[in-house]
Design a protein around this ligand. Structure first.
Ligand code: NAP
Length: 300
C-alpha cells in the first residue's frame, strides 16, 4: 500500500479515473470521494468507486495521507479555505490542474506549514466529464508533469507523488510551473481556443449552411467539434489562469495567420507552400504508428 487513506476532491473524469486505477492497483487502504455535487456522489456510490463518499469537503481530508485535488482551477481558493483547518500533519497534497503557476498561487497560501504540496498535471483526458466518463487506463503511457514549488526540489513528498503517478501507469517529468504553462499554452490551450472559435463560427452561419456543416463534418471539422466539446467551466478557468502564455501564443498565431491570408490574397503560391510544408515534420513525429492509439485522447 502506497498510502493508508487517499481523498480525491472532485470526482469527475480525472478524479474518477484515478479512483478506478487506485482501486485496481490497491494503492491505499481507504479511498474517500469528496464532491460538491450530490448527483456526482450518488453516481460514485452506484459505481462503487470509493469507500466513503461525502459532500463535506473539509471533513473528507481529516484522515488523508494523500489529498488529490481534481476540480477546475477557478475553485482552488474555495477548496484551500475549506480544507486548511482539517488537514493531517504530514499529509501530501497534489492536484491535477491544467495550469500550474496560478494553481499554486491560489492554493498554497491556505495550506499549513506541516503539509507538503506537490503540484502535478497528467497530460491525459477526453472531452467528457463526470464520474461515468472515467476509465482506469486513462494515464497509461501518458506524461504526468510534476512542478515542484521550490525549483529542483527532490523531497520525500515529491518522490511519493512521482511513484504514485508511475503506479497509475504514467511517465513522470519534472519542470517549473512557468515552463509547464508555456508548453501547455501551445500544445493544448491554443488548439482548444481555436477549436472553440471555429465551432462557434460554424454555429453562427446561416441555418441552411449549418445543416451542411453537420452533414459533411467527417473532414477536419469533426475533430474540432470533439475538441470543443470539453467542459466550458474547466476551459474558462484554464484560459483565464494561463492568461500570459495563452495571449502570447495567440499573438504569434494571429501574426502567422495574417501572413497566410496575405499569401492567399496575393496568389503567392511559393510562400504558401513554404508555410504548408513546415508542419509536416511535426506530423511525422506525432503520427508514428506506435502512438496511433493515443490519438483518441485529448491532451489538456
Ligand atoms: P469534471 O469531469 O468536470 O469534474 C470536476 C468535478 O469537480 C465535478 O464533479 C464538479 O462538480 C466538482 N467540483 C466543482 N467545484 C467543486 C468544489 N468547489 N468542491 C468540490 N468539488 C467540486 O472535470 P475534470 O475533467 O475531471 O477536470 C478536473 C481537473 O483536472 C481540472 O482542473 C482540469 O484542468 C484538470 N484536467 C482535466 C483534463 C481533461 O481532459 N478533462 C486533463 C488533465 C487535467 P459539478 O459537476 O457539480 O461542478
Amino acid at each position: 500500500m502506497m498510502f493508508k487513506t487517499i481523498t480525491i476532491i472532485g470526482f469527475g473524469l480525472i478524479g474518477s479515473s484515478l479512483a478506478r486505477k487506485i482501486n485496481d492497483e490497491s494503492l491505499c487502504e481507504k479511498l474517500v470521494c469528496a464532491d460538491v455535487s450530490h448527483t456526482v456522489c450518488d453516481q460514485v456510490l452506484e459505481l462503487n468507486l470509493a469507500d466513503e463518499v461525502t459532500t463535506d469537503i473539509g471533513k473528507s481530508v481529516e484522515d488523508a495521507d494523500l489529498v488529490i485535488i481534481a476540480v477546475p482551477v477557478g475553485v482552488y481558493e474555495e477548496i484551500g479555505e475549506v480544507i486548511s483547518g482539517s488537514l493531517k500533519s504530514g499529509a501530501i497534497i497534489t492536484d491535477v490542474g491544467s495550469v500550474k503557476e496560478q494553481a499554486i498561487k491560489r492554493l498554497q497560501p491556505y495550506l499549513p506549514a506541516d503539509v507538503s504540496f506537490v503540484p502535478s498535471h497528467p497530460i491525459a483526458g477526453t472531452e467528457k466529464s463526470g464520474p461515468e466518463a472515467g476509465f482506469a487506463n486513462l494515464f497509461e503511457g501518458r506524461w504526468a508533469i510534476i512542478t515542484p514549488i521550490d525549483e529542483g526540489e527532490d523531497s520525500d513528498a515529491v518522490q511519493k507523488v512521482a511513484s504514485f503517478w508511475e503506479s497509475c501507469g504514467a511517465m513522470v517529468e519534472m519542470m517549473t510551473p512557468k515552463h509547464h504553462d508555456r508548453v501547455l499554452g501551445i500544445t493544448s490551450h491554443l488548439p482548444h481556443l481555436i477549436a472553440f472559435s471555429i465551432v462557434g463560427t460554424a454555429n453562427d452561419l446561416e441555418e441552411d449552411i449549418k445543416s451542411e456543416v453537420i452533414k459533411y463534418s467527417a473532414g477536419g471539422f469533426r475533430d474540432f467539434t470533439r475538441i470543443a466539446a470539453g467542459d466550458p467551466t474547466m476551459w474558462r478557468d484554464i484560459f483565464l489562469n494561463n492568461k500570459e502564455a495563452v495571449l502570447d501564443v495567440l499573438q504569434r498565431f494571429n501574426e502567422d495567420l495574417t501572413e497566410l491570408q496575405k499569401a492567399i490574397r496575393r496568389d503567392e503560391g511559393d510562400k504558401l507552400l513554404t508555410f504548408l510544408v513546415r508542419p509536416r515534420k511535426y506530423a511525422k513525429l506525432l503520427l508514428m504508428p506506435s502512438k496511433k492509439s493515443r490519438l483518441n485522447q485529448i491532451v489538456v
